[in-house]
Ligand binder design. Structure first.
Ligand code: GCO
Length: 261
């Protein structure tokens, strides 16, 4: 179990106020890590910090937009002074806009790429500076099924998440010599607020996903904790530039006709 112990480590989770970010943060904290959470909504941050503290986890929160380089740098300086070094960075904050490519406003496309791809670059660059000085660090980029597959209406998201997979490989290439591991987690279809609109009972997508997933269910956010702990811990010290897909088997299969068992 020592391999997975995160005692004495500090993990920063962007967008860790809810959803998958929160589930991964809880996983890391249960393995011993101290949490630093970023978000953009004060009320959500307050609820999240209460939620973490009620479970006995050590957590602090900072409000800033990861796409704003100046704000991100300022906050990272404050975090370094007030809290200390970050050992584990989870680039989790992300958005999706479901719009057909033919009519999608370019400004919507840009915003998705900004949050889902440029944000992780900004945060990785800021945190890697202290990781390089220390000679160790873990960066986990939250990728997606859309790092590998396309789907109607998610062109910006797929472009950004595909890019995030390649950013993962590139940062791993550049920083491995500093004993920094940069890996990704690619969640399959999970029950979160982001997928709520396509999960409602009777929505054709709900049935489609259950049929498309060999495990025949939506992922539960807690399903991600194991991969997060692994990639944040000593257990993965020679794993670099990989994306671990936690998808109930989706990427392993071509799928099946809806009338097949
Ligand atoms: C969609 C979904 C996905 C998920 C997830 C899949 O509309 O297809 O929202 O894109 O958010 O990232 O891995």
């Amino acid at each position: 179990m020592n391999l997975f112990n995160l005692q004495g480590k500090r993990a920063l989770i962007t967008g860790g106020t809810h959803g998958l970010g929160m589930a991964m943060a809880e996983g890391l904290a249960s393995a011993g890590a101290e949490l630093v959470i970023t978000g953009t909504t004060p009320a959500k941050m307050e609820d999240a910090l209460n939620h973490y503290k009620n479970q006995g986890f050590k957590a602090s929160g900072y409000l800033f937009d990861v796409t704003n380089e100046v704000e991100a740098r300022k906050n990272m300086d404050v975090i370094a002074k007030e809290i200390g070094d970050i050992h584990i960075l989870v680039n989790n904050a992300g958005i999706i806009k479901r719009e057909l490519a033919i009519t999608m406003p370019v400004e919507d496309f840009r915003r998705v790429v900004d949050v889902d791809l440029v944000g992780p670059f900004i945060m990785s660059q800021l945190v890697a500076k202290q990781m390089i000085e220390r000679g160790e660090g873990k960066i986990i980029n939250i990728c997606s099924m859309m790092s590998e597959l396309g789907r109607n209406s998610v062109s910006a998201y797929a472009a950004a998440k595909g890019g995030l997979k390649m950013l993962t490989q590139n940062l791993a290439t550049e920083w491995a010599k500093h004993n920094i591991q940069v890996n990704g987690i690619g969640p399959g279809y999970f029950a979160t607020s982001q997928t709520a609109p396509i999960r409602v009972d009777g929505h054709p997508f709900n049935e489609f996903i259950i049929n498309r997933t060999p495990a025949a269910r939506w992922g539960d956010p807690e399903d991600l904790a194991g991969a997060a702990i692994f990639l944040a811990s000593k257990a993965s010290d020679f794993v670099n530039g990989q994306v671990v897909y936690v998808d109930g088997g989706i990427l392993a299969t071509i799928g099946k006709p809806s009338n097949e068992d």
